[in-house]
Design a protein around this ligand. Sequence first.
Ligand code: ACO
Length: 351
Amino acid sequence: MRSVITGSGIGLPPNVVTNEALATLMDTSDEWIRVRSGIQERRYAEPGQGSTDLGAIASRLAIADAGLNPADIDVVLFATMTPDHVLPGNGPLLQVALGLRDIPTFDLRQQCSGFLYGLELADLLIQSGRYRRVLLVGAEVHSPFMPWHLGWDTLIGRETRTITEAERAENTLSRDRTVLFGDAAGAVVIEGREGASGLGPIRLHTDGSGAGVLTMHGASFKRRPFVSHAQIEAGDTLPVMSGKEVFRSAVTLMPQAVREVCEIAGVAVEALDLVLIHQANLRIIEGVQKALGLRAEQVPHNIERYGNTTAATLPLLFHECRAQGLIRPGMNLAFTALGSGLHWGAAFYRT
Ligand code: ACO
């Protein structure tokens, strides 16, 4: 029995925010963002639209794409670092939104590697024989992290206002992170099937000594209260990131992980048809491509249009590649990601 992706779907919020639009709120430029990250635009959710909402859009499409109904799903794995609530997780909310049966739902917290960790769990659940049809969702609404108290409606085109110099200076403090992230969802249905295609091997890693490289100090249950006005005013509710360290780890650890799964699969890295890499930065994607000795066309990317959508990037990229006809039967694929934790790894997939 192999775990096979039988359907995929995406959920994109309607608001397209260009680099130029961001430059109206802070000291940045289209050129800086494009050159350093490859990003040209990203999507922002509507006010009140959460990661469960986007995940539900993606899930309905994935379930229909698999030729199934919501009642056919046996278990949900929901990966997000931006849940609708601290509690409960998005799983039970998605169950209600989709009208799923009384089935178990798991919430995963592996940030950019959330989808990859979900693939491993989905495979194990299917191999155990306890579940036949897994719905794996990666969804994020990052935009509420952004500290633009007075710029929201301008960005999504609901008002035109010139912000003050003080507001601009405040927005500029977090520009190294805010320009990178966008909102989106992707979902896949994974089913047990006999045959040669399917998932595996998968190798996952964690190095908690790197936890401080990308973390969020505010809204912490080590504090009393766990969130306060002072923390919000200090910008403590925005993730902090050592961009260069994340960059260095990404371009070394993702290629290692891809080599690891190829070796176990007995497939040469050059024989991979496509490598789907977590979309954090185009320079990272190109670095991984070069480290693996791959051609550009073996490494598709869509970061230009969405920015970094954390747990959503891999299912979003997978779905778009399928829709564009880049993924065909009999191909060797690898998925790889690295993110906050640090968590990273790779999965081999034969279509
Ligand atoms: N616009 C204009 N200038 C900026 C911006 C901006 N948006 N952001 C930073 N700068 C400035 C800095 O202030 C700095 O100025 P200075 O030299 O006067 O001090 C200058 O640009 C260079 O900044 P660096 O940090 O050296 O830029 P770098 O080339 O390292 O690129 C970046 C920064 C894009 C963040 C890069 O390091 C990166 O992508 N790292 C990986 C990030 C990543 O992958 N994060 C997600 C991880 S996944 C997850 O789990 C969520």
